[in-house]
Design a binder for this molecule. Sequence first.
Ligand code: T46
Length: 134
Amino acid sequence: MSDMVTLIDFPPLGDDRGSLVSLEVNKTVPFDIKRVYYIFATKAGVARGFHAHKVLKQVAVCVTGSCRMLLDNGRDKEEVLLDSPTKGVLIEDLVWREMHDFTPDCVLLVLASERYDEADYIRNYDDFLRLVGT
Ligand code: T46
């Protein structure tokens, strides 16, 4: 796995009732969380993402089901299978991302370092490559 991908293990706090994961700023999540959103009920065969962010950093975790995330920094491409509620991926700024192969039950939870700002999106791949200098 390249330097581009940082996987984060969330320790399950289990007991005989089941499991619990706590996501805590500067403990399990390396930035202040300004926004949380989740993607669910993604239709069969649909892929999402296809953009990068100028500033935004995020941590993504499939709390149920799974999806495949392609990360691309303009030089290297890496695929991550998000298939566990105890495994997250840190998505840094200036990384192109695509999400594929959502299972019908997939709930992709995303913790974001910034509020929603459409101006932070780079939605054209050639613009992205120009910006990262490749
Ligand atoms: C990302 C990947 C992992 C909002 O109004 N507020 C929000 O916080 C978000 C995330 C989206 N929106 C609106 C913008 C669009 O009209 O919801 C609509 C769908 O968003 P988008 O097409 O950007 O969704 P994805 O799944 O392609 O990308 C999302 C995030 O936008 C993005 O930051 O990294 O998930």
